[in-house]
Design a binder for this molecule. Structure first.
Ligand code: SF4
Length: 315
């Protein structure tokens, strides 16, 4: 499969901390890739680096992000808008706040699209919006398009955000914690929706989530992130049926026990990921690892277990 997106040894820091510590990953065309890990591991910052929406005090210090053969970090703000945003759709974490309260669904979906496609009339844009809503399982699209965000349920807001992201003929859909803050019933619906999108020809997806059940149901490949870097990667089945890194094993075990509703709820793992020295060549997971040995404090290489399965652990 041809590569669409890659992060290559990406480093990012704020004034006091290293946030991304040599992040490398890739997404192929028509592939669904998930990044999993606790809050604070750098998942959302990775997306911020790609889309140019990092907090003001965070800067990229080394590495590159290549999208369809071009280094997006070299883009000006204007180039990012014209060359990147029309090809990458983004569904933010808090979908409730992401819809402008004074705009109807129709305006939310068509305003940016009409602006970037001056040759397309409002009516045509609205027809496209209605068609997209319908393809995402929304009935009575005419009525829904006339509603304001406060008139929508949490699940409906998720759907509207996804539909808005798909208004352009995008190559990549990026979703940040798509199932967080949803009740179990709505979560199932959104899961089904993403599963249907993940099989869509020509559409790649990069999903950031701590919801391993959701990831298992939609991803082709999974990256496990810890302290700003990838500590295990593999095909979905490899990660879920034969995890190797102690951290991956713990995440999966906790997920199976249904105790991982929130990333902070990981008492068995002790301290959070942000507390470690992300620049050290030693294993970042060492302070929390029940399997640690002396060599883990020196340096840990990224080892190959198969063509597709890699792990950063001496075990
Ligand atoms: S390298 Fe050592 S400390 Fe790190 S996860 Fe593996 S066994 Fe644990």
């Amino acid at each position: 499969m041809a590569e669409l997106l890659s992060f290559r040894s990406l480093y990012a820091s704020d004034e006091r901390h290293v946030i991304l510590a040599g992040l490398s990953l890739h997404v192929d065309r028509s592939e669904t890739v998930a990044i999993v890990g606790e809050s604070g591991c750098g998942k959302t910052m990775s997306i911020g680096a790609l889309l140019g929406i990092l907090p003001d005090d965070v800067s990229i210090t080394a590495g590159s992000i290549v999208f369809d053969g071009e280094d997006v970090l070299s883009y000006s703000g204007r180039e990012r808008k014209t060359r990147l945003y029309s090809r990458i759709g983004f569904v933010p974490q808090n979908t409730s706040d992401s819809l402008y309260p004074l705009m109807t669904v129709s305006e939310v979906m068509t305003d940016a699209y009409a602006h970037s496609h001056p040759d397309v009339g409002r009516r045509q844009a609205k027809e496209k919006a209605a068609m997209l809503l319908s393809s995402l399982g929304i009935e009575d699209t005419g009525r829904v398009l006339s509603l304001y965000p406060f008139q929508l349920s949490g699940g409906m807001k998720q759907r509207i955000n996804i539909a808005a992201a798909l208004m352009d003929d995008i190559d990549l859909l990026v979703a940040d914690e798509p199932t967080s803050a949803l009740d179990i019933h709505i979560r199932r619906q959104i899961e089904t929706l993403y599963a249907s999108l993940s099989g869509r020809e020509g559409l790649s997806m990069l999903v950031v989530s701590h919801d391993l059940g959701f990831v298992h149901s939609i991803a082709d490949r999974v990256y496990v992130m810890y302290a700003g870097r990838i500590i295990e990667e593999g095909k979905c089945d490899e990660i879920f049926s034969a995890p190797v890194h102690p951290y991956t094993k713990a995440l999966i075990e906790l997920s199976r026990m249904k105790t991982m509703d929130r990333a902070h709820d990981l008492p068995e793992l002790g301290r959070l990921a942000s507390a470690v020295d992300r620049e050290s060549p030693a294993c970042a997971f060492l302070p929390r690892c029940c399997c640690r040995r002396e060599s883990c404090a020196v340096s840990v290489e990224y080892a190959c277990l198969s063509d597709t399965h890699f792990v950063r652990c001496v075990l």
